[in-house]
Design a protein around this ligand. Structure first.
Ligand SMILES: Cc1cc2nc3c(=O)[nH]c(=O)nc-3n(C[C@H](O)[C@H](O)[C@H](O)COP(=O)(O)O)c2cc1C
Length: 154
């Protein structure tokens, strides 16, 4: 199964987990990056409002892949705006598998993951699983065990 790991990471936590996953399953990795950085409060506000912001070029066409794993942090309980934009740009999603890897400081990750799941299911993709990782687990390497067990699904 050829998977694409699409990762948004502002401070590096999600990227650490995404890169470990990518290595374990031999996937390609594409970085989702906002074209412009914004102040913390704008980041949170845009996330709450479910806005989209322009992103740098990255892989958005899934024609060469069996599926995609969206990796991102929780912002204000929701998904970062760059991820909202990325999801809207995806092509050839129908029939592909998808999974989600979410990191957070400790709060609920529910709304962020639900939004990604709904968006991709609306485009005809098939949900496999979700992995939630807390920031404290990234810092003490506990995340590796979780990522290893998650990787067995691909
Ligand atoms: C703008 C902003 C909003 C955040 N909002 C939340 C939140 O609502 N709940 C939470 O648990 N963590 C929140 N966090 C913490 C991040 O989700 C957490 O640190 C995550 O692991 C960061 O991933 P990254 O290093 O890949 O960017 C927020 C961080 C930022 C920068």
């Amino acid at each position: 199964m050829k998977m694409l790991v699409a990762c948004y990471s502002y401070t590096g936590n999600t990227l650490k987990a995404a890169e470990a996953l990518q290595r374990l399953i031999g996937a390609d990795l594409t970085r989702i990056e906002a074209l412009k950085d914004r102040w913390y409060l704008f980041k949170a506000y845009y996330a709450i409002k479910e806005k989209k912001v322009p992103i740098k070029p990255c892989i958005t066409d899934l024609k060469d892949y069996d599926g995609i794993i969206i990796c991102c942090p929780v912002w204000a309980g929701k998904t970062p705006s760059a991820v909202n934009e990325y999801l809207s740009k995806l092509e050839n999603v129908r029939g592909k598998k998808f999974a989600i890897l979410i990191t957070s400081g400790g709060g609920k990750q529910q709304k962020a993951s639900v939004r990604i799941k709904e968006q991709l299911e609306k485009c005809g993709a098939r949900y496999i699983d979700m992995l939630r990782i807390l920031e404290k687990d990234i810092n003490n390497d506990e995340y590796l065990k979780k990522v290893e067990s998650f990787a067995k699904k691909f």
